[in-house]
Design a protein around this ligand. Structure first.
Ligand code: PMT
Length: 401
């Protein structure tokens, strides 16, 4: 998943040390963190501490431009997916409520369009002060979000409300903010099995029968299913592609291996996408030793492999089955035939003679066929995006009604 970009704005209070913990936790959990500090914050903890923790430069001075081609406070305010002020003093709350920008933190905050979370920390009486309460109300009305301080022992010796929320809680609030909605991840909770690539059928220890599938279409389907929230297992024939993050990959070689890998996961699956170009035939006998050249021509007897998709179609109990059809002529008619014969729910037909699609290319041109005559054409589109469009269409038809 893409890292979320957070600017942690640190202002001058004794609770600054908790901001160090927060930055450390965020960085460990796939957030990209930049830190900005007010001059008073630097009196409690040095910028170097945050630099080490965030693994990025720390900004403390509006006039200290680290990159000559950009203006730091504008670049940071545009870069961030969210800001969090930890700890937020009564002073910074007052300045923000009144649009004052007189150092790096307030200047950057004034420029940003990103959501800003404020985690106040101060003495109990300061927190209850009418001016502070008024400023917080105004900020709430302006759309700022507060992470309430805790009740408890305060550094000044008082006991009451004003203690900075614990870093774990602040992180939970940020995690919840970035948690995708159900509409973004309609496959959340679903198990999806995707097959990809060719299969390789051995003739002897040095020769084999295979096809030109690169695996790109199947890997794109797996990535799209993951992005839609599914728990994805990718069963891949021999390809040289990187495993998409967050996807469980099982490498197989032959159609028989792929059959075993798919069948053993079928009962638990909600959706199976068969993008692999599985061999229909394999050498009837695999020689133990390299076959020697003979005088004249040679031929190799082939036998049928098991049709995995067809077997799944016969055994399915509620799983959704999506197959592909690689055709060179009469694509739609053959695709419809496969939909029927293999008892699939959808077939994605591609004419593999089309220069903008098929084997090896980065784009594909397909028609999605479904039961009761459903048909949807997709023009030449990058395989990654095409996979998202197709899965969203299937999900909308099957699971959103
Ligand atoms: O990998 P790329 O380079 O990106 O290329 C993508 C692709 C062209 C390989 C892909 O888009 C595609 O069309 N995959 C299916 C290729 C294929 O085997 O089509 P088919 O028409 O022969 O088979 C129909 C369906 O039955 C397929 O879902 C196939 O996985 C399945 N099948 C076929 C034979 C078999 N023994 N078992 C099967 O499950």
């Amino acid at each position: 998943m893409e890292k979320k970009k957070i600017v942690v704005a640190v202002t001058g209070g004794i609770a600054v040390y908790k901001a160090v913990t927060l930055v450390s936790r965020l960085v460990q959990d796939q957030y990209d963190v930049r830190v900005i500090m007010t001059p008073s914050a630097t009196k409690f903890v040095t910028p170097l501490t945050f630099q080490v923790m965030s693994k990025n430069d720390v900004y403390t001075d509006t006039f200290d431009e680290k990159v000559s081609s950009e203006i730091a406070h504008i670049a940071l305010s545009d870069w961030a997916d969210a800001f969090v002020i930890v700890p937020a003093t009564a002073n910074v709350i007052g300045k923000l409520a009144n649009g004052i920008a007189d150092e790096m933190v307030t200047t950057t905050l004034l420029a940003t369009q990103a959501p800003v979370f404020i985690a106040p920390a101060m003495n109990v009486d300061m927190y209850a002060n009418r001016a502070v309460v008024r400023n917080m109300e105004r900020l709430r009305e302006d759309g700022y979000r507060f992470i309430e301080p805790d009740d408890g022992y305060l550094a000044c010796g008082y006991v009451g409300k004003g203690r900075l929320a614990e870093p774990e809680h602040i992180k939970e609030v940020l995690d919840a903010h970035f948690e995708p909605s159900d509409a973004d991840v309609p496959l959340r909770g679903k198990r999806v099995v995707v097959t990809a690539g060719p299969t390789l059928e051995r003739i002897d220890p040095v020769r084999y029968v295979s096809n030109f599938s690169s695996g790109k279409m199947g890997f794109a389907m797996a990535t799209a299913a993951r992005d839609l929230g599914a728990d994805v297992t990718l069963i891949a024939g021999p390809v040289s592609l990187e495993t998409p993050d967050g996807v469980t990959r099982i490498d197989v070689e032959s159609a028989a291996d792929m059959f075993e890998a798919v069948i053993s996961r079928f009962d638990e699956a909600d959706l199976v996408v068969k993008s692999a170009a599985v061999a229909d035939y394999r050498p009837a006998v695999v020689a133990d030793q390299k076959m020697k050249k003979q005088e004249g021509d040679a031929s190799i007897p082939l036998e049928r492999t098991t049709d995995i998709l067809k077997t799944l179609g016969e055994r399915k109990k509620g799983q959704l089955l999506v197959g592909f059809a690689a055709e060179t002529n009469d694509a739609i008619a053959y695709g419809r035939g496969k939909l029927e014969k293999k008892n699939a729910d959808y077939i994605i037909v591609n004419d593999v003679t089309n220069p903008e699609g098929g084997f090896g290319s980065d784009t594909n041109v397909v028609t999605l066929l479904g039961k009761e005559g459903f048909e949807h054409d997709y023009p030449a589109t990058e395989k990654e995006q095409l996979a998202r469009l197709i899965l969203r269409e299937i999900v909308a038809r099957e699971w959103s009604m």
